[in-house]
Design a protein around this ligand. Structure first.
Ligand code: 7TS
Length: 406
């Protein structure tokens, strides 16, 4: 992996912050930066083939449609889905999870059990709570242990209660914990439950194969994997998608509409894609996947692991009593931490003054914050283009923050 070559593809990485500090972008778990080839694909789509998809006889519409469907094929291949019919474009992970909760949720009955975990992002909690309010399902939660791993004993016990559905994040956006998704999905299936995986953090940090994981649904966002914002996808097993009612109604998702003879649905995946889709974003996903594949997904993972280990060691050296949340043996490249006695927000603001972009707050995981008895953390999250030199700059800045605020 040639880091100079990679960085050259991201013009923003050469920007300065507050007019003087080189940008050190460590907020990749929120959104990654975008390589030129993705932005060029967006420009190309707007300048040369902007026409509404699927409904045009004219050349531009056909080009736009072909580009969007090429995006779908690229996604299918990228996540190892068997068929394009099983890849539904959504606005992102949030919409994908809402789709499952709203639509698969229609197949659940009052009293049915849904199991989630204490480390879920709000987008994998609230849709199930909305479903509970609407349909009277029950929700039970797998707790998080002190090191940030899931309490698998409780998971096993909850499965004995025959849940209908289990929904778990592949990687915690706060703790970095990489959950044993394949094992958890197999256990859920043995118990007769459908398994949903929130891949928002997982998809950018290692190869994904939905067949190997044997998940029933997999949700992710393109903007966290070097792609455009506003688009993501839901993979779902065909036999489940076939049974599910549409999520939204509108153009493109119908077979035939009639006031007198009933309305029928389009085939998969269009049944779940009402309205004009983000066909430009769908076309540009091809380039985000291309970037990841040409860089090498395993090489990126190894590089990020090196950054994680280096940053963790250097942080502990620099501030021995720093508190790191999430120390699971399998951990993705992010570190949530607090300097004792210093508010996470103050740390974030001062780091920003020194050119370091980190995220502070509850990271849309308030139940997890409650579990650890805190309001929020500072989170540094790494991507393929980050370097050890940037980690050094981050640590120097952290040392300054520590000496100023304590
Ligand atoms: N699930 C997880 C695990 C996430 O980390 C996020 C976004 C989402 C779902 C929602 O994704 P979206 O693209 O639909 O918004 N996480 C974060 C974060 O950690 N900081 O900002 C967004």
């Amino acid at each position: 992996m040639d880091i100079h070559d990679i960085r050259a593809q991201f013009p923003i990485l050469s920007e300065t912050i507050h007019g003087k500090h080189p940008l050190v972008y460590l907020d990749n778990a929120a959104t990654s930066q975008t390589p030129k080839r993705v932005v060029e694909a967006i420009e190309h789509a707007y300048f040369t083939q902007k026409a509404n998809v699927h409904r045009g006889v004219h050349c531009l519409s056909q080009k736009a449609t072909a580009a969007m469907e090429k995006g779908r094929s690229a996604v299918r291949e990228f996540i190892g889905a068997p068929s394009e019919a099983e890849v539904i474009f959504t606005r992102g992970t949030t919409e994908a999870l809402n789709l499952v909760a709203a639509s698969y949720g229609e197949l659940l009955s009052p009293g049915d059990l849904v199991v989630i975990t204490q480390m879920e992002h709000h987008s994998n909690i609230v849709p199930w709570q909305l479903l509970r309010d609407r349909r009277g399902i029950r929700i039970k939660v797998v707790p998080v242990l002190d090191d940030g791993t899931l309490d698998m004993d409780v998971y096993r016990r909850l499965l004995e209660e025959s849940p209908r559905l289990v929904s778990v994040t592949q990687i915690s956006n706060v703790l970095g914990t990489v959950n044993p998704i394949r094992e958890m999905a197999a256990m859920a299936h043995d118990a007769g439950a459908v398994f949903v995986c929130d891949g928002a953090q997982g998809v950018a940090h290692g190869p994904v194969d939905v067949l190997d994981l044997d998940v029933d649904f997999y949700a992710f966002s393109a903007h966290k994997m070097y792609g455009p914002t506003g688009i993501g996808a839901l993979y779902g097993k065909r036999e489940l998608l076939e049974k599910m009612p549409p999520y939204q109604g509108g153009g493109e998702m119908i077979g035939h509409v009639s006031f007198d003879h009933g309305t029928t649905w389009a085939d998969l995946p269009y049944k779940f894609e009402a309205g004009t889709p983000d066909f430009v974003g769908a076309a540009a996903i091809v380039e985000a996947i291309g970037f990841m594949q040409s860089t090498g997904i395993e090489a990126m993972k190894a590089h990020e692991e090196d950054l994680l280990n280096y940053a963790t060691e250097r942080m502990k050296e620099a501030i021995p009593d720093i508190h790191i949340y999430g120390t699971a043996p399998h951990k993705a490249s992010l570190i949530s931490f607090l300097i004792p006695g210093v508010h996470h927000y103050d740390t974030g603001v001062l780091l920003d003054q020194l050119g370091i972009a980190v995220r502070t707050g509850h990271h849309c995981t308030q139940p997890l914050m409650e579990r650890f008895g805190i309001e929020g953390t500072v989170r540094a999250s790494f991507a393929a283009y980050n370097t050890r030199r940037e980690i050094d700059a981050f640590i120097s800045a952290l040392i300054r923050v520590n000496s100023m605020l304590r």
